[in-house]
Design a protein. Structure first.
Lengths: 254, 188
C-alpha cells in the first residue's frame, strides 16, 4: 500500500535487523519509503539478518541499505547518518528503536554495565538525534522513539525501563524546541511482544506466564502506530508517548 | 547420585533441543561439540535451549554466566579486566569448569567474547545433571518416594508434587564461594 506521505521519503530505523525494528522498517517500505536498516552485532548471522530485511524491502521495489553501527559510538552514528545522506540524499523519518541492556535488578549492575546501559539507551539516541538534525530539518522530519511499559510499570530485572522513562522525558522536552525547527517528535510505548527480548524476559519474570496470549502485542501493531505518528494525520501530536500494549499496562494485579 | 534420570537421557534430550533450535542434524552433535563454534549457536539460542531444558526437567538453569557472578561476589574487575580479558583467577576457574578443550596455553588469557565457544554439549549436560543432583531427600510432604514421569520429570510418588531443585545460579554461587578463593579471588 503506497501512501503519498511516505513515497520517495527515507527512514532510518536503528536496531532494525530483527524484532520490532524490523517490523517498523518493513512497514515504512510497504508504505513507499526507502529504508536504512541499522544493526550493531558484527557477526555473520546478524549481518545476514539485516541483509534479509533489506532484500524483503527491495522486493517491494524500494531501496534499502544495511549499515552496521553501534549507536553508543558517536563516530559510528556520524557515519550512519553520512551514509544515509550519501545513498539517499535526504532523511525524513528517524526511529530510535535500538536497545541493549542486561536483565537483572538495577542495583546489581556492575559499573561497566551501568555505563553501557546509559551509553546505548540514552546517549546513543541523543547522538542519533543530534547527528540527524540537519537532514531532518530540511524536510520537516519526524522522530519517533520506541519505549516500553518498563518506563511506567515496575518490571523485574529490567533496568532498561529507567532509560525508557528518561527518553520519554527527552521526547516531551525536545518536541517543543525541535517543533520550532519543523521537526515533530513523539514516542510509542510498546507492550510485550514475542521478539528475541521476550526470550530473556520470560527467564527473569515468572509472572509472564500469567499474561494471556491476547495481551501480547504484535510488532506490526507497534509499527503501524509509528507510521501514523509520521503521517500528516498526527500533525497535532507532539511530545506524546502513545501506548500500544493491548491494554496490558492498564491491568491491576492479577 | 540418585540416578533417577540417567546422563544418557539428559544428553539425548539436549541433542534433540539443539537439533531443532539450531537446525543441525542430531547425528552431527557430539558431547565434545562446541555449541557456538561447531553447531553455530548465538547467545539467544542458548536461552531457547535452556528454556526447553527447564520445561522438560522442571529445573532452573543459570541466568548469568559464572564470570558475572564472580564479578558480583568478588568485586568488579576481579574476573574481567578493563580490556575485556579474563583475569588470572578467572582463567583458573575457567580451566576448572570447562576442562582443556579450546583453552589457550597456561599463562595466556582469553577475551570475554571468546568464552562462549568453550561451552560444549557435555558441559551443558553436566550442568543439568548437577542441578538434578540437588534433588532433596524428602518431598515437602515427607515422602522419599520420588519417581520419574515422562522420562524427565521427577515427582513425588506420594503427593504427586514436582521436585524442587537448587537453581543453576545458586549452584554457581556455591561453587564460586568454595573455588574462588583457591583460584586467587578474594573472600566473598
Amino acid at each position: 500500500m503506497d501512501t503519498p506521505c511516505f513515497q520517495g521519503r527515507v527512514a532510518v530505523v536503528t536496531g532494525s535487523s530483527r524484532g520490532i525494528g524490523r517490523a517498523i522498517a518493513e512497514a515504512f517500505s510497504a508504505a513507499g519509503a526507502d529504508v536504512v536498516v541499522n544493526h550493531r552485532d558484527p557477526s555473520p548471522k546478524a549481518t545476514a539478518r539485516a541483509d534479509a530485511v533489506c532484500a524483503r524491502i527491495r522486493a517491494l521495489g524500494r531501496r534499502a541499505i544495511a549499515v552496521r553501527a553501534d549507536i553508543a559510538d558517536r563516530q559510528a552514528v556520524h557515519q550512519l547518518i553520512a551514509e544515509t545522506n550519501r545513498e539517499f540524499g535526504r532523511l525524513d523519518f528517524l526511529v530510535l528503536n535500538a536497545a541493549r541492556a542486561p536483565f537483572k535488578p538495577i542495583e546489581r549492575l556492575l559499573e561497566r554495565e551501568l555505563r553501557q546501559l546509559v551509553e546505548t539507551n540514552f546517549l546513543g539516541h541523543l547522538f542519533c538525534l543530534r547527528e540527524a538534525l540537519p537532514l531532518l530539518e530540511t524536510n520537516g522530519g519526524k522522530v519517533v522513539f520506541i519505549s516500553s511499559l518498563g518506563s511506567r510499570v515496575s518490571t523485574p530485572s529490567y533496568p532498561l525501563g529507567s532509560m525508557k522513562a528518561a527518553m520519554e522525558a527527552v521526547v516531551r522536552d525536545c518536541a517543543d524546541s525541535l517543533g520550532e525547527r519543523g521537526i515533530r517528535v513523539n514516542a510509542v510505548c510498546g507492550g510485550i511482544a514475542r521478539t528475541d527480548s521476550f526470550k530473556v524476559l520470560r527467564q527473569v519474570w515468572d509472572g509472564l506466564k500469567e499474561v494471556p496470549d491476547r495481551l501480547f502485542v504484535e510488532p506490526e501493531e507497534i509499527a503501524d502506530v509509528v507510521l501514523f505518528l509520521c503521517s500528516p494525520a498526527a500533525r497535532g501530536i507532539r511530545g506524546q508517548t502513545l501506548v500500544v500494549d493491548r491494554g496490558l499496562g492498564n491491568r491491576g494485579p492479577v | 547420585m540418585h540416578e533417577l534420570i540417567p546422563p544418557e537421557a539428559v544428553l539425548g534430550a539436549l541433542k534433540k533441543a539443539l537439533a531443532s533450535t539450531l537446525g543441525v542434524n542430531e547425528s552431527a552433535i557430539q558431547p565434545s561439540s562446541s555449541i557456538v563454534r561447531d553447531l553455530g549457536a548465538e547467545s539467544l539460542d542458548f536461552l531457547d535451549i535452556n528454556y526447553q531444558m527447564e520445561q522438560l526437567f522442571g529445573i532452573r538453569m543459570a541466568r548469568h554466566f559464572f564470570l558475572e557472578h564472580a564479578e558480583e561476589m568478588f568485586g568488579e574487575g576481579s574476573a574481567i579486566d578493563d580490556d575485556g580479558h579474563l583475569t588470572v583467577p578467572a582463567m583458573a576457574l575457567l580451566r576448572e569448569r570447562y576442562g582443556g578443550a579450546g583453552l589457550p596455553p597456561t599463562g595466556e588469557s582469553l577475551d570475554l567474547d571468546e568464552v562462549p565457544a568453550l561451552i560444549t554439549v557435555q558441559a551443558v549436560v553436566d550442568t543439568i545433571l548437577a542441578i538434578l543432583e540437588t534433588l532433596p531427600e524428602h518431598c515437602t510432604c515427607g515422602s522419599a518416594a520420588w519417581r520419574v514421569e515422562d522420562g524427565t520429570r521427577i515427582v513425588c510418588g506420594s503427593c504427586g508434587e514436582v521436585a524442587l531443585f537448587t537453581s543453576g545460579d545458586e549452584l554457581t554461587k556455591q561453587w564460586l564461594a568454595s573455588a574462588g578463593p583457591g583460584a586467587g579471588l578474594g573472600q566473598p
